[in-house]
Design a protein around this ligand. Structure first.
Ligand SMILES: [Zn+2]
Length: 250
């Protein structure tokens, strides 16, 4: 007999995760209590949000101000041709709710910029930077740093991906990694499977952070080259004159 989907509680969904030594019921309670913000619902954010939802993260908010375009569909797993022309935030909310976990999911149709970033990030435990442009990335990173909220940053291009975790007040910040005025080239070439790989890694890093597990990416940078199938992690140096974190003592 098949269970009525509405009668399934999270523990039935999560059985294979709950038996992990690093999760267990205590870890799961941490995930259920967590408030996570996913900024950008493209190839990174959509897949990362799905993994967070399926891990039972209790309160997920997704933010994007774009409309689905045909050129998004090679990598943006939340969307299909029927989504073209619709608001990403609205379609994403429906898709994440379909997963059926008993938790709070919200979506916000808003463009993040310097003027509103602090008020957006301040109530969260962790933020995922799944954006595709540097002005918004830097506005998000600065706000998260100043509000004391951890930031898991991911980016991809072609066969390559980058992943890093900035712990406010403890590690070098994203400005140290990217500089204040990084060069933006568009459109960014990207293979969908590469974006999905980086999204899965980003969600893994976020879940580890929420569980309180250590990571070499706290203050480190993963450089993935999926053409060569190499994964290298380097330490990020703090820029002494960094306007955001330069005054922090190691
Ligand atoms: Zn810095």
């Amino acid at each position: 007999m098949t269970d009525d989907p509405k009668s399934l509680d999270n523990s039935k969904f999560l059985i294979r995760q709950l038996i992990m030594e690093d999760v267990g019921s205590e870890g799961q309670k941490r995930l259920e209590a967590a408030k996570v913000l996913v900024v950008g619902l493209g190839g990174l954010g959509g897949a990362a949000a799905m993994y967070l939802a399926r891990a039972g993260v209790g309160r997920i908010t997704m933010l994007d101000s774009d409309v689905v375009e045909p050129g998004n569909l090679n990598r943006q797993l939340l969307f299909t041709p029927c989504s073209v022309g619709k608001r990403k935030a609205e379609v994403a909310l429906g898709k994440i709710l379909e997963i059926g976990m008993q938790h709070e999911v919200r979506s916000v149709d808003l463009h993040l910029m310097e003027q509103n970033a602090a008020s957006i990030v301040k109530d969260f435990d962790l933020v995922l930077d799944c954006l595709d442009n540097f002005p918004s990335r830097l506005a998000l990173a600065k706000a998260a740093w100043r509000e004391g909220v951890g930031l898991v940053h991911a980016a991809c291009r072609g066969f390559e991906g980058r992943l890093s975790y900035q712990v406010a007040g403890a590690t070098p910040c994203l400005v140290c990694l990217l500089g204040e005025h990084p060069l933006q080239t568009t459109p960014v070439p990207i293979l969908g499977a590469v974006a999905g790989t980086m999204a899965a890694l980003q969600a893994t890093e976020a879940i580890k952070a929420l569980l309180g597990l250590p990571s070499p990416l706290a203050g480190g940078l993963l450089m993935a080259d999926l053409r060569a199938m190499t994964f290298d992690t380097i330490r990020i140096g703090r820029r002494p004159a960094c306007p955001l974190c330069g005054a922090v003592q190691e």
